[in-house]
Write a protein of this length. Structure first.
Length: 286
């Protein structure tokens, strides 16, 4: 297939603006989904980092959804010629906490589209930049990266990316066990209709995966929480995550990390059951 990337790139700069309110109810859902034994913030109190993803649900009409459950139109990205899409990473810059009760405004912009070749074939990478504002001003900037891939031919399995080992000196460690219920709960809280996270038959038969796929933002939250728990006095300034390999509900995975640069930052990794890197993260503290 010939991809006209220049036609796709004409959508760079497309923007939409949305409104929401930082309510407390979905925060309770996140706390139980991730087994967080912490007090839910009250009105006027700061929302933990990463929990912003329960706001600004993509309320796409059913008729606009593709076979994978995700919308094929709307938003700032153009219709893509490849049907499969996966989380590729994110960059978060924290400027001011969201607080329960805040009126929120989010500006979303298509900021990049590029064509690349990899071990798994031709790939389209798309970046969306989201800026969330409260009545106090800019609170959060999020650059979200998505990769679009060719469909898996009938009977084939999804290709496995190259996997590397993390450093040995990672004193922060935690085992994460996912299951269909926890993945469904997270899909519901973030209003994510992508079938690879809750429809096992679709994930295995159509997309060639060995089981349900763990959301990239799900592992992202596990890594943020690991850093929070080992440096509770620190305030996150930035968080950068790169996806290296998918994680599945077929076996527990691990999150590990360590402080770096005189404890001014941290490095973290989500590891497959085999101990190889699935996600790599760099954190800087304020």
């Amino acid at each position: 297939m010939t991809i006209d990337v220049d036609a796709l790139r004409k959508h760079i700069g497309t923007k939409i603006v949305e409104q929401d309110v930082a309510t407390q109810a979905p925060l309770r859902g996140l706390a139980v989904t991730f087994d967080r034994e912490e007090r839910i913030p009250a009105t006027g109190e700061a929302i933990p980092p990463g929990w912003h993803l329960v706001y600004f649900a993509a309320l796409s009409p059913k008729a606009s959804l593709g076979d994978d459950g995700l919308p094929t139109s709307g938003g700032v990205l153009p219709p893509m010629p490849f049907p499969r899409r996966m989380y590729a990473g994110t960059e978060l810059s924290f400027h001011d906490p969201l607080r329960v009760g805040d009126a929120l405004t989010r500006e979303t912009e298509c900021s990049d589209i590029s064509l690349r070749s990899g071990a798994t074939g031709t790939l389209i990478f798309a970046t969306q930049t989201r800026r969330i504002f409260t009545p106090r001003g800019l609170a959060l900037v999020e650059q979200s990266h998505t990769v679009f891939r060719e469909e898996v031919k009938p009977g084939e399995k999804s290709a496995t990316p190259k996997r590397n080992k993390p450093p040995a000196d990672t004193p922060w460690r935690r085992a994460i066990t996912t299951d269909p219920v926890s993945l469904f709960r997270y899909s519901a809280l973030t209003f994510n209709p992508h079938r690879i996270h809750y429809d096992r038959d679709y994930a295995m038969r159509v997309e060639g995966y060995p089981g349900l796929v763990v959301h990239g933002p799900y592992s992202q939250q596990c890594l943020i929480d690991l850093a929070r728990d080992h440096a509770p006095e620190k305030t996150l300034k930035s968080f950068t995550q790169r996806a290296r390999a998918p994680l599945f509900d077929t076996a527990p995975f691990s999150v590990v990390g360590r402080a770096v640069d005189g404890e001014k930052g941290a490095e973290l990794w989500a590891l497959t059951p085999e101990g190889t890197i699935a996600m790599e993260v760099t954190i800087r503290y304020a």
